[in-house]
Ligand binder design. Structure first.
Ligand SMILES: Cc1ncc(COP(=O)(O)O)c(C=O)c1O
Ligand SMILES: [Zn+2]
Length: 388
């Protein structure tokens, strides 16, 4: 890693100290690498001899290679063909990356292994974050593993399994009558006065580095090619922007064909909270904050994501789109995925199935395109949502 650059004003920041957002414009920072040095140090073939965790992409991750990461064995999740679901939807080449196989059963572990490893290496003494659900459990787990105290603020109505998991891992959990935005303000104020390091989505630069490994793994599992379309359940959006970053990096590294087209990135949200979809449809470069954000897909209840410009740029640059699904439809689609393929996924991921159906109908997706669904978490933590 060579440093950190602001995603909006390009101001450069030092990477050898704890950093949050840009000191000039308060927008997210992103890690830069010496890609020529990396391509000299490691080849695609070298990866074959490494273990399956996401740390196999070590040279393209921020932690110094002589330091041990805080790891629970995250990444290396299966990319599965979904033939029955594909047939029922009318898609010939449908795949799902099952992120429920991560240590705390969601893709949030990828971000947290990177963020917590870096925070510990750079001297943080305690960690904090607001969470719409799965991120809280993941932070608590990696904080415990690192031996660092963790403070989490969650909306009162997040699934009880998320709260329990965070508490079991020893985190201080505060429940707030509001959304993740209210939790974020609560954490932000206390982080300043108490000296907690705030690892909120895109308010520190390394969760996105961990999440981008979904893009590296996908390319590797597809024999160093990319699919036509990726559907991603979008809250804060780290995976969406992270994967696009990974694809650009791999083109520069020569791991992907330099002329390889990037997949069309599709952001899927819930109609009760669809700031990115509404911003996209309005032709705006900003999200549109909903008045009363609500959805049972708790990870999608992010009304004012700080990465809205970055996400909208990524969607447009890749020729993608954004689509919102209502709660009844996404729950039924989650059921269809479970019934057809035996994958009981989080409702956020189920929304992708409904999105496929609608995009096929509108002609934005063609039957012969290779489509990858990011099945971001397990349905087992959402019993209240499914039982209701
Ligand atoms: C299962 C699941 N899917 C998707 C999301 C949204 O992820 P992101 O904030 O990276 O957009 C979350 C966030 O909590 C989640 O828990
Ligand atoms: Zn800036």
């Amino acid at each position: 890693m060579t440093g950190l650059r602001c995603t909006e004003c390009a101001a450069e920041h030092e990477a050898n100290q704890l950093q949050t957002v840009c000191r000039e414009c308060s927008m997210p920072l992103v890690a830069t690498y010496d890609l020529q040095a990396v391509s000299r140090a490691v080849t695609r073939d070298d990866l074959r001899h490494r273990d399956s965790t996401l740390w196999r992409f070590r040279e393209m991750l921020p932690l110094d290679t002589d330091l041990d990461p805080v790891t629970l064995g995250e990444g290396g999740t299966p990319l599965l063909e979904l033939p029955t679901l594909g047939r029922n939807l009318g898609l010939h080449r449908l795949l799902g990356k099952n992120e429920a196989l991560n240590p705390t059963a969601s893709f949030k572990d990828r971000g947290m292994t990177a963020a917590v490893s870096m925070a510990r290496a750079l001297g943080a003494s305690s960690l904090a974050a607001p969470s719409a659900g799965n991120a809280g459990g993941a932070l608590a787990a990696y904080g415990a593993r690192a031996g660092l105290p963790v403070h989490i603020a969650m909306p009162v109505d997040v699934p009880s399994a998320n709260q329990l998991e965070a508490q079991m891992c020893g985190a201080n959990v505060t429940l707030i009558d509001g959304t993740i935005a209210d939790c974020g303000r609560w954490i932000g104020e206390r982080a300043k006065s108490e000296g907690w390091f705030d690892v909120s989505t895109l308010k520190e630069p390394y969760r996105v580095e961990g999440k981008k490994t979904m893009g590296y793994e996908l390319a590797e599992q597809l024999g160093w090619t990319l699919p036509d379309v990726i559907l991603y359940p979008t809250g804060g959006g780290t995976g969406l922007v992270g994967m696009a970053k990974a694809f650009e990096e791999m083109r520069e590294l020569g791991w992907l064909d330099r002329s390889a087209r990037l997949p069309r990135m599709v952001a899927v949200q819930a109609t009760g909270c669809a700031p990115v979809v509404d911003g996209f449809l309005a032709g705006s470069d900003r999200g549109v904050v909903p008045e009363a954000p609500h959805t049972c897909a708790s990870g999608l209840r992010v009304p004012g994501p700080i990465g809205d410009r970055w996400m909208l740029r990524t969607i447009r640059e890749t020729g993608g789109t954004a689509i919102a699904i209502d709660d009844d439809t996404l729950l039924e689609a989650t059921r269809q995925l479970a019934r057809d393929e035996g994958i009981f996924a989080a409702p956020e991921a189920g929304a992708l199935v409904a999105a496929c159906r609608q995009l096929l109908k509108s002609g934005e997706l063609r039957a012969d395109e290779q489509v990858v669904l990011f099945l971001t978490g397990s349905g087992l933590k959402y019993s209240e949502c499914f039982e209701a």
